[in-house]
Structure formats: structure tokens, C-alpha cells
Design a protein around this ligand. Sequence first.
Ligand code: DAH
Length: 348
Amino acid sequence: MKHKLDQLQKEFESVLSRVTDRAALEALKNAFLGRKGKLKLLLKEVASLADEERKTIGAIANEVKEAFEVAYGKKERELGTRESGEQREREWMDITEPGRAPREGHLHLTSQAMEEITAIFSRIGFESVRAPEIDWDYYVFESLNMPADHPARDDWETFFVDLPESKKGKMVLTPHTSNSQVRLMEQVKPPIRMININRTYRRQMDITHIPMFHQFEGLLIDKGVAVTHLKGVLDYFALAFFGGGRKTRLRPHHFRFTEPSFEVDISCGVCGGNESGACRLCKGGWLELGGAGMVHPRVLEAGGVDPSVYSGFAFGWGVERTLMMREGIKIDDIRILYKNDLRFVTQF
Ligand code: DAH
């Protein structure tokens, strides 16, 4: 019996010496000290010995058991110290090291411009409204004095939506923001002073056109509104957005929904408005910004506004175009705006 105990102790020690992690230590505990462990089995045998022998062997067996427990405890502490040392090594950090700031995004150049344009017009009382981006033919063309089949519609290379027609015609992806005009007149009585900025769509794509772009539409209706008021508002905007020293000019044009109609030019920021044609950007001193005019009486009527009492002006420009004409931003292909190339967008 004593021999068996000695054997067991040797075996325990040799297994223990090879233990290097908690799993092995746990296995060792079960194998030797557990309920069905080797020591328990031996102790059972001790119980069946004759009295005298049981006392001496029992005492030895208890010593062995204690020795096992002590050795086990010591190993457990050793492993604990090693593990926390390793953890400390792993989780060590230099709290004096300068932090790494997370990369922060910002609004896209176009969104920035839209916010700025909204703010500029809000300072002179233009309220920001939003007309649908997909709208009925009626608001996009018909009510703007462009009856069905009128050739002027061809200027707007429109995407039609494949949906059943209603009394207001087909649904279209708005090719301009002018659909906001009659929509707003239906909702509010004059005086009206609104700005509508939205996405617009046309079937065209080259270095100066993109199928999805943005426009801003201004509309002012009141008693006694004249072209001079329009010019004043445009000059105010040009000064606020482009800075001092830039001039605007109205050039006669034709739109079905305004009479008279104009195209609005701004003096070139690169050459300062040199009309000799020497400037490669403007070739004559002026850059075209967008359309404007006095709201056509038929459009007022379509919106339920009496043209013998009220008059108004409207203007509609491309956001991207306006943005690109700002001094300092030299974009030679409009499509770069929406390529999501970080090298480009993070510059602004
Ligand atoms: N809707 C026109 C376009 O997209 C621009 C325009 C011209 C808007 C004259 C107006 C306006 O409000 O009065 O080309």
C-alpha cells in the first residue's frame, strides 16, 4: 500500500511538472484529487485495511493528499502570476502618447453650396420650400405655359416614369426646379418669396452635364414687382456668393414661363470680365449662370394668382454650375463632383 502511495506521488509530481496551463492543471486535479480520482480510489482501499495498518497508512495517505493540495495550489498561483504578467504585456499602453483623432467627415461640396445659397436668400426673406423631385407633367411643363407637344419641351431632356397617367399627365423626374412655382402658388397666397433647391435630372452626360444635378429656384410675387427688383436680388446674391468685384448682366432670352426672359451672366472671376476674348475660361468676359424673368401671366393664372394685381420674378440656376464659377474652384469636368474620389472631396 505504501508503495502504491509512493508510486502515485511520483506520478502526480511528474504530471504536475509538465503542466503549463489552466486546462492541464484542471485535468490533473480531476485525475488525482477528483471524486473518482486516483487518490480517492486508493483511500477507499485504505478503509478496508486492518485497524493497525489503517492508522499508519491512513496517516501517510493524508500527508500525500495534503502534499498534492499544496503542490496544486502553488502551481495555480504560479500560473496566475504568469498570466497576469502576460496580460500586462499585452495590454500595456503609453498613456503619454498623443491620441489618434478619428477621421471626421464633412458635407459634400454641393451640400455646402446648397446650405450657403439657402442662407444667403433667407437673409432677404426667401423662405426655403421643397417641391417634389418626381412630379406630374402638369407642374413641370403644362402649368408653365408649355402645352403637351410644344417643341420647347425638347430643351429639357426629360426622364419619364413608367407609371399610369393621371389627370395631371405623366410622372417625370423633374428636369428643373420650376415645378415648385405653381405648386407653391396653389398652397399660399401672395406675397410669396421662396427658394427651392432640389435634385434635377436630364438625359445628358459630358464634361459640363451630368444626369443628376441640382438647381435652385427663386420666386417672388407681390404687387408692383419689376425687373429692377430682379436685378437687385441677383446682384445681392452675386456679391454674397462670389464676393466683391463680380458683376451680373441680364441678356434677353426666351422661356415659355417668363416674359420678358433673361439669361443671367456673371463677370468672369479669372479675367475680371475682359471682353476681348483672350480669357480661355469665359472667352469674352462673362459666364452664363442661369435663367430668370418676370413670371408669365399664364403661369400666375395657373397658380390662381390674378396677373392684373400681382407680378413677380423667378430665376432658376444649376447649383453645380454656380459653384464651379466661384473663384478658386477650377473643375474642368463636372463629373468629378460625384465620383466619390476622396482625393477630390476632402479638399473642400
Ligand atoms: N427652369 C429653367 C431651366 O431649367 C431655368 C429658369 C429660367 C427658371 C427662367 C426660372 C426662370 O424660374 O424664370 O433651364
